[in-house]
Design a protein around this ligand. Structure first.
Ligand code: UT7
Length: 331
């Protein structure tokens, strides 16, 4: 028994922030952002919307493709860096929006690697025969945690908001489904990409001083993230392919977490893959949407006809934690 992706959907908020819009907020330039990251624009959520609101249309689209009604869902898995509230998790709010009281909802928080980790969790439940119809949504609102002043420019220009969702179901078809997943974390680098507050290490955990010190905004040691990303991505891709028993030459498309075009190019280079043909990128439109970036990219790759039934795909991620992982999937 394998888990396969029976439906996929995505949603981004309406508001587009171009590099020119970012130039109005801070000392930056379209040229710098494009050259360092490949990003041209990103979407920012409207005040009042939470990650569950972004996830809802993506979830509905994925359910429709899988021919399922919300009532058919056995389990919700919800990946986000920050849910609608500190607690409860965003999965519970998506359960409310889908009007399926009683359906279990599980949040996972492993940042950029959330989609690969969630796929591994869903796969485990399905292969064990515990659940049949799993809705897995990855949704991020990061704009609220960006320091949109010049002081925060190295990080603020990279991130955007968005959501992706998939429905996973069991199949006995040998040529379909999640074949291998490999996951890793290294907490020694936990503080290289973080949002420090509110923190349970502080009591009270939110004070005017904490806000003044900007501890509620994302901080990043960009160079260290870059350095580790370009070695960990290729290593975990090789590891997952080896576990799947599939040669690199059989891979139709690598859909990496859209962290930065330069990282994807370096990964393609190290794996000796042709960037344009084998490694998918849509970061120019959305920026880095953390755990939502893989399902958003996979959705667009499918719609563009770059993924066909039976194709071998590699999904791979690296980010805050540090966490990283890869999945080999037959579409
Ligand atoms: O999911 C994982 C998410 N994180 C990532 O993917 C980030 C990985 N890291 C990176 O992609 C790169 O490290 C960055 C894009 C974040 C930065 O690129 P860099 O080549 O490492 O630049 P830098 O930090 O060394 O900064 C170079 C210069 C500095 O100016 P000086 O000191 O040379 O005068 C910065 O102040 O660029 C300046 N700078 C900017 N200039 C214009 C930093 N941010 C900006 C900006 N606009 N937004």
């Amino acid at each position: 028994m394998r888990a396969y992706i029976a439906g996929i959907g995505m949603h981004v908020p309406e508001k587009v922030m171009t590099n020119a819009d970012m130039e109005k907020l801070m000392d930056t330039s379209d040229e710098w952002i494009t050259e360092r990251s490949g990003i041209k624009e990103r979407h920012f959520a409207a005040p009042g919307d939470g990650p569950s609101d972004l996830a809802l249309p993506a979830a509905r689209e994925a359910l429709e493709m899988a021919n399922l009604a919300p009532e058919d869902i056995d389990l919700i898995i919800f990946s986000t860096i920050a849910g609608d509230y500190m607690l409860p998790g965003g999965g519970c709010i998506l359960n409310e929006l889908l009007n399926i009281p009683g359906t279990p909802a599980l949040d996972i928080r492993v940042q950029c690697s959330g989609f690969v980790y969630g796929l591994a969790v869903a796969r485990g439940f399905i292969e064990a025969g515990i659940y049949k119809n799993i809705l897995f949504a990855a949704s991020e609102i990061q704009s609220v945690a960006l320091d949109l002043r010049t002081e925060g420019r190295d990080t603020a220009v990279l991130f955007g908001d968005g959501a992706g969702a998939v429905v996973l179901q069991p199949t006995e078809d040998e040529n379909r489904g999640v074949i291998a997943t490999k996951l890793h974390a290294d907490g020694r680098y936990a503080r290289d990409l973080m949002v420090e507050a509110p923190s349970t290490r502080d009591n009270p955990w939110l004070t005017p001083e904490i806000l003044e010190q900007n501890k509620h905004k994302i901080t990043m040691n960009g160079r260290n993230v870059f350095k580790h990303a370009i070695t960990k991505f290729p290593a975990v891709i090789r590891e997952a392919l080896e576990a799947a028993g599939i040669p690199k030459s059989d891979v139709k498309l690598v859909v990496p977490h859209q962290a930065n075009l330069r990282i994807s190019e370096a990964v393609a280079n190290r794996l000796d893959l042709t960037m344009h043909e084998v490694v998918y990128s849509n970061i120019h439109k959305y920026g880095n949407t953390t755990s939502a970036s893989i399902p958003i990219a996979l959705y667009e790759a499918v719609k563009e006809g770059r993924v066909n039934r039976g194709d071998t795909l590699v999904l791979a991620a690296f980010g805050s934690g540090f966490t990283w992982g890869a999945a080999v999937v037959k579409w």
